[in-house]
Design a protein around this ligand. Sequence first.
Ligand SMILES: Cc1ncc(COP(=O)(O)O)c(C=O)c1O
Length: 384
Amino acid sequence: MREEIYLDNASTTMAMPSVAEAMRDCMLNDYGNPSSQHSLGEIAAKKLKAAREGIGNALSVNSSEVVFTSGGTEANNLAIFGGAYARKKKGMHCITSTIEHPSVFNAFKRLAKEGWDVSYLPVSSDGFIDLERLSRLLRKDTTLVSIMHVNNEIGSIQPVKEVGKILNGLQNPPLFHVDAVQSFCRYTVNPKEWQAHMVSLSAHKIHASKGVGALFLKKGVKLNSLFSGGAQEAGIRAGTENVPGIVGMVEAVRCLKLKSDWNELNCLRLKRMLFDGLTEAIPEIFLIGPKLEESAYHILSMSLPGVPAEAMQRGLSAWYGVHVGIGAACSSKKKNASHVLDAIGLDPKLARCAIRVSLSQFNTEEQITRSIIAFRECYKRLLR
Ligand SMILES: Cc1ncc(COP(=O)(O)O)c(C=O)c1O
């Protein structure tokens, strides 16, 4: 049987065995509702409390500042709509970048349709924001600024700490939200150091379950909740908590912390090996976004001119068992090229051939060697 090679970890990840085990145990044994007053409910509530402390510790924040959600999309929507609506009276101007994930980008588009004034901060051709331009966009009525940490398509890493510094230097600082879905457990995510009011996380990007995430919400910051319902999550997010998913998320955080240095070095080595090998095999290859060492260590975005990305993705997967991404997975069914590749001014011809490889701790040197051969053969077959 052929071994499948999974190189699409920015899209989602395989669960770690101990995560699946912790979730299974929780579903079969500790299945009470954490809001119930009986002993099974109390056990579930204890698990939830411990998990909240685990996420709080990972972010160096108080556990009471952690709100569990159904994932990164919900955390982003809660931060943006919840924050904007709660502060409407203070002003209706918001700022975000042109390369945000659709769960942020489209949320701002909706705010604009509802009458908010949204400014889009452009990025350079390698995908970085310009802090001076941000300063120039800020106004007295700016209520919300949302800038992502690591970009999911091209891996650029934004200077969110410097953004926080600029915003906090204002007389009336706007709410600052950071989408840290791609950086959590890969890079240090420290809301206090960033002076952020809200930070979004997702579990399925860190070898835990889909449908689970969290929002760091700074103490004292008021949000309008998105759902009507019970008083869960301090009344901010109604709905019974996904206790098994949350328990799995915190187990993933625990495991990744132990291996984080190794993981970074391993991914960096494999990324360099893959890119060097591909450059030799396919000299036409074009690196998209930041320089290799400047992008997030798990993301490599490149264009293979002359072969449409969808064909390459399907060919690699069906013929060679190598699974890669194209643009953002959640929006890759769209016909037009990604708004991120548009925003960095990439030639549409190159954008149509853009492949994203994203690595994890489970990838090996042998897999990369096989992938280089697969890329070379697949490219040759499809270029004809
Ligand atoms: C940067 C970023 N933000 C948000 C999300 C959405 O997270 P979720 O899939 O948990 O809704 C993703 C997922 O691709 C992402 O990469």
